[in-house]
Design a protein around this ligand. Structure first.
Ligand code: KIV
Length: 269
């Protein structure tokens, strides 16, 4: 059950923070109005992830997404899901220093109805995040496997395999909490490490590929609905075989067109 939807009030960061040790948070990505409307009543948070650069635009990674594209998609999502708590994922290169981050986050607030922004980074970026939160920007953190670091790290690497790395991740989470984030996405982290991170902070952790002990989960919509066919990461559960359903339906449409059974008399003006 969704944390806050059942009490008929809009979600806000206070409610999200209070859900820790109370109810699990369900987060799903969306990039357009149509799907956002479908998700609005069941998900607690809709994330306009920069994963849209892969899922929507077909690019190999998230790095070439621009702020303008994120704003465009966030506006579509906010139009479809008017009451949702929508988070815009700040794309690569838009928060490299405090001034740049604040300028771009203010632009997000001025041009969209996003409730918050998400940024990747731990201890190294805590000062930038602090600058945002001290200037009234609601920030969701993101630690562990950070897709925006894929080229500098030479690939996607699961984190939290050693004692030293777990300690670093805990320092990252605590630095973000201290900087004022209202929740932290923990991605691609060993289950035991994610559990320790979750226990180390008083704000909710939202896991993806991080086991069951985080305070919530996030999945990319096209992964969980089975539309992405290239590969299925270990942590993804398919709740629908979307690709097969779509292909079968379009195939049926073609058959109906070819044998003139579509349109019927009832479908004609
Ligand atoms: O871009 C995205 O969709 C994300 C989630 C996978 C957390 O960052």
């Amino acid at each position: 059950m969704s944390i806050i939807k059942n009490d008929f009030e809009k979600i806000n960061i206070t409610k999200i923070k209070k859900s820790k040790n109370n109810k699990k948070i369900t987060v799903i990505t969306a990039y357009d109005a149509l799907f956002a409307k479908l998700f609005e009543d069941v998900a607690d948070i809709i994330l306009v992830g920069d994963s849209l650069n892969m899922s929507f635009a077909g690019k190999p990674d998230t790095l070439s997404a621009t702020l303008e594209q994120m704003i465009y998609h966030t506006n579509a999502v906010c139009t479809g899901a008017k009451d949702a708590f929508v988070v815009l994922d700040m794309p690569f290169g838009t928060y490299t220093n405090e001034d740049e981050a604040l300028k771009n986050a203010v632009k997000v607030y001025q041009e969209t109805n996003a409730a918050a922004v998400k940024v990747e980074g731990g201890e190294d970026r805590a000062h930038i995040i602090k600058h945002l939160t001290s200037n009234s920007i609601a920030v969701m953190g993101h630690i562990g496997l950070m897709p925006q670091y894929v080229r500098s790290e030479g690939g996607y690497k699961v984190r939290g395999k050693t004692k030293e790395d777990i300690e670093q991740l805990i320092r990252d989470a605590k630095a973000l909490e201290e900087a004022g984030v209202f929740s932290i996405v923990v991605e691609g982290v060993m289950g035991e490490a994610a559990k320790q991170i979750t226990q180390a902070v008083n704000i909710p952790t939202i896991g993806i590929g991080a086991g069951k002990d985080t305070d919530g989960q996030v999945l990319v919509w096209s992964d969980m609905l089975g539309f992405f066919e290239e590969f299925k990461p270990k942590f993804v559960r398919h709740y629908l075989d979307g690709a097969t359903l779509v292909k079968d339906a379009v195939n049926q449409y073609r058959t109906d067109v070819q044998d003139s059974s579509f349109p019927s008399k009832e479908e004609e003006y």
